[in-house]
Design a protein around this ligand. Sequence first.
Ligand SMILES: [Zn+2]
Length: 344
Amino acid sequence: MSKAIEFKIIEAESTFLHPRKGFEQEKVRFEVRKDPLTGRTGHYSHFGAIKPQRLDLEHYNKPETKGFCPFCLDKRDKATPKFTADIYAEGRPFQGEATLIPNLFPYDIYSGVLIMADDHVVPLEQLNAKRLYDAFSLGINFLKKIKGLGPSIPYHLMTWNYMPPSGGGLVHPHQQYFATEYPGNQFIDELTASEQFHQRHGKDYWSSLVEGERATGQRYVGSIGASHWLIPFVCLGILGDIMCVFPDVYSVEDLKEQDIQDLVAGLCKVFEYYRTGGIMSFNASLLFGTEGQRYFPCHLRISPRTFLNMRDFAPDLNFFQAILGEPVCVAMPEDLCKDVKKFF
Ligand SMILES: [Zn+2]
């Protein structure tokens, strides 16, 4: 591993008398890791204590649960907005089942919602390569278009909440595509640290990371075309994240047709892993920096979500994430890597 990248682990244990072991003295290990790029910490504890909960997808289709869904075909035409003619003359562009509409609750000046399918409930096995390809293709083209329309807006993002545990307000599968100057604290921290790394070491952090992780293999899942798939040293989600880096793609303009196909091929493998592991919900983001820079390449992060239980639907985020801004993860990245690698 390049010496410029430091993987710092602070390990410790807590001792107590265990009620389920006759009050014998027990030591329980936990660790804190420092993200080698941003220096932000993450806790690893509760190992194996949280399992993804099974969602009853049939239930979401029942009329009494479904309620009003503006993305369903019988409502879509009347209930969803259209783009103004200067953006899309046709109002709502589509590719296959993928349909792009403006966000009724915009995140920024140019803010689109991509409806991914005609069906209201689409389980992971039906988020197939064709549906994914059409969605990403249409969405990325929108990002390229708005980059031209608003060249002073520097950053471009795809974000995605899939199924209710992820915080998604509608079960009907959809993604958000938008350009913004304010892409969130995690994005800005990564971007700033990437620029500093580049200035300090004369090379790009992300290429160095991919190269180093590939050499040790501990957290490197595999490559598809120009994309590299790995497990972050500090995961943001409670069940661990998977990341995909395109080292030669810096702004959205650089993302080629083949890259979209590679991204989709990788996601299909991730979804196969999710299905096997009972994961039914996730958050994901695909981030693009500004044109001209050579230190912040495009990367995707996907993070499983679950209710803690189906009795009272406790969410998997608590004071740690909500107040302290600290991720907690119950899976070690190196173990997760071994599991995910089987699908690549
Ligand atoms: Zn629907």
